[in-house]
Design a protein around this ligand. Structure first.
Ligand code: HEC
Length: 198
């Protein structure tokens, strides 16, 4: 996987957003954007503390990412949104394989304009990942996935299907990179013996 490509990527996508309103900010904590403040009311104290402690830059990044995704889910979780994104990716693949430029462009734009899950992105990450370092990669991930999807849509609009197809691997590189960092292993069974107790 070409990790270097991330460094050239620009900011896009998002988590949380809006205004410079201040809440009860603990020592060292940067001001919290208004929407993030609202979302944080729904977080556990542990998650809230982690979110409050993020740097001003990271909070601004999250706000920017959020602003790039104006649609908000009511109840949908991140995992469900991810499944929607996967469906769009598969739809793009199907469209490319069948030379359907309009389907490819539409699905790619839907992929890029997914809703923000209930509560934002943060509560779906493990507590130990909610820090400036780990979350700092989000813009790069977003650009890899959504930036490439939008480029794919443009190429499809222009009727350049080979170029559109080439963006599929850039998109998947972003999916894979983000999963390696943040996804964990959903769906682990409590009814299996762990390897340690074999
Ligand atoms: C911002 C980081 C990030 C990006 C980018 C990302 N994912 Fe995910 N994805 C996650 C996280 C975190 C989870 C685990 C969510 C959970 O279980 O609550 C996840 C879970 C999923 C799931 C749920 C099923 C499973 O086995 O975990 C699917 C499907 C999925 N992602 C598909 C994709 C696809 C396809 C892409 C690229 C087009 C993508 N994701 C890009 C972070 C990301």
């Amino acid at each position: 996987m070409k990790k270097t490509s991330f460094t050239t990527l620009i900011l896009a996508g998002s988590l949380v957003s809006a205004g410079p309103a201040l809440a009860q900010t603990p020592q060292n904590a940067a001001p919290m954007p208004a929407e993030m403040q609202q979302m944080m009311k729904t977080y556990t104290p542990e998650m809230r503390q982690k979110a409050m402690a993020l740097s001003p830059e990271l909070k601004a990044t999250i706000q920017q990412l959020h602003a790039g995704h104006p649609r908000r889910a009511k109840e949908t979780t991140l995992r469900q949104i991810m499944h929607e994104i996967l469906s769009e990716y598969q739809s793009i693949a199907s469209a490319l394989a069948t030379d359907n430029a309009e389907q490819a462009a539409e699905a790619a734009r839907r992929l890029a304009s997914h809703r923000i899950p209930k509560g934002g992105l943060l509560p779906y990450f493990s507590l130990d990942k909610v820090n400036n370092n780990d979350l700092g990669v989000l813009p790069a991930m977003n650009t890899a996935v959504e930036g490439s999807a939008l480029k794919l849509a443009e190429a499809a609009d222009a009727g350049d299907m080979p170029r559109a197809a080439a963006y599929m691997s850039d998109i998947m590189t972003g999916c894979v990179a983000c999963h390696q960092k943040f996804r964990g292993t959903p769906g682990i069974s409590a009814n299996l013996m762990s390897p340690a107790s074999k």
